[in-house]
Design a protein around this ligand. Sequence first.
Ligand code: TTP
Ligand code: MG
Length: 204
Amino acid sequence: MQIIIEGNIGCGKTDLIKYLGADCRIQAFEEPVEIWKTKDNRNLLDLMYKDPRKYGFDFQKLVMQSMMDRQKNLATETITVFERSIFSARYVFTESLRSSELLENVEYEKLDELFQNYSAKHLPVTMIIYLKASVETLQQRILCRGREEESCITKAYLTKLNELYDTWLSGKCFPVPSIIMTMNAEIPQAQLYADIKEQIFRLI
Ligand code: TTP
Ligand code: MG
């Protein structure tokens, strides 16, 4: 059973994945951010934030490839949980670059083609856990974490990503691969995690 954790930058996906992965019945996969920072001795995450017009395409391509590679390491545990997915890479981040005119048409089409090829090979998704938080909370958490590449992230960018997430998961413009469990990511962590675990084990 495949579960995907989704949500805006800084909403708490990694912490949740770590918590779930500590349960021996769950195999958890963090987002491959280290690959994005080191592949071929380039920090594409940093380059993308510094010059999205030049590096946005290369970055999104790497993101999708690295997310598909994660599927190769599946063990036989019943429940696997992934931080983010090719779906948000396509329907949230690629859309964001396009609407800001940071992708050429041909680049957008190429990313969509890559996505279509990948999604045909994607394992079936049982549930999306969507962690929702206000822009103010996201900004605070990003600041606390202090990832250097993200120092230029603005309130406007986070607002736009929240809107793109809502649009994608409303199912009105793009397909949604599974049921969605929307969670308020601002409630106390212990309660949030307990609620999520309960929902996951209810699926079995
Ligand atoms: P995030 O998934 O936002 O990871 P995070 O660790 O910030 O989130 P959380 O605190 O909830 O664990 O992705 C890391 C960075 O990569 C972030 O700066 C956004 C960027 N990114 C893109 O620009 N395009 C993409 O397609 C993806 C998936 C991430
Ligand atoms: Mg993370």
